[in-house]
Design a protein around this ligand. Structure first.
Ligand code: SF4
Ligand code: SF4
Length: 173
């Protein structure tokens, strides 16, 4: 039977994650490590130890913001952002429930917004997320503040090549 480590490496098609020597530079730079259930290099350790259930049901994989700070700091080019993405896909395919409340609805709104606009339009995405989650009023004051300070734009320009955006969605389902 294939080990969890091999399963993840095969899906990533990148630098094998066993190159990690646990220097923790990724975790030291990760803006979300403090709120993660397990920090990024601990997730790698758990994969190496075959702790599939714990990894795929952890909230960490859903909290990673794919900012790529970790790979820019990693001396071994281990692509943790891509690894987290791979783990999220595996969790969905293999029926692991997402531990973070409403996180799948957030991802759905995010992707649907890119499908429609070719890029994120924050107000439109937040409206869709609020309707999907039923969480209508939290963050409303902050949203109004951001709008008044010009941080949220009602209209965002579409990329010229929308056909390519749609093609990427079709090819990646
Ligand atoms: S920075 Fe790279 S080598 Fe160091 S712990 Fe993170 S993934 Fe491993
Ligand atoms: S990509 Fe994810 S794990 Fe890496 S630094 Fe950003 S939030 Fe942390």
């Amino acid at each position: 039977m294939k080990s969890f480590l091999n399963e993840v490496n095969e899906k990533m098609h990148g630098v094998p994650i066993q190159r990690c020597y646990h220097c923790r530079k990724c975790t030291a730079g990760c803006p979300l490590a403090q709120v993660m259930e397990y920090n990024p290099n601990r997730i790698i350790k758990m994969i190496q130890m075959g702790q599939k259930d714990e990894v795929l049901s952890s909230s960490t994989i859903w909290l990673c913001a794919s900012c790529e700070t970790c790979i820019t700091r990693c001396p071994n080019q281990v692509d943790i952002a891509h690894m987290m993405d791979t783990l999220r896909q595996m969790a969905i395919e293999q029926g692991y429930a997402a531990k973070e409340k409403n996180i799948l609805k957030f991802h759905k709104s995010f992707l649907h917004n890119i499908w429609i606009n070719g890029r994120i339009n924050e107000p439109m995405m937040m409206v869709e997320y609020k309707l999907l989650s039923g969480d209508l009023f939290s963050d409303m004051v902050m949203g109004v503040d951001m709008f008044l300070k010009g941080k949220l734009h009602l209209i965002s320009p579409r990329p010229k090549d929308m056909a390519t955006v749609r093609k990427i969605f079709k090819q990646t389902k």
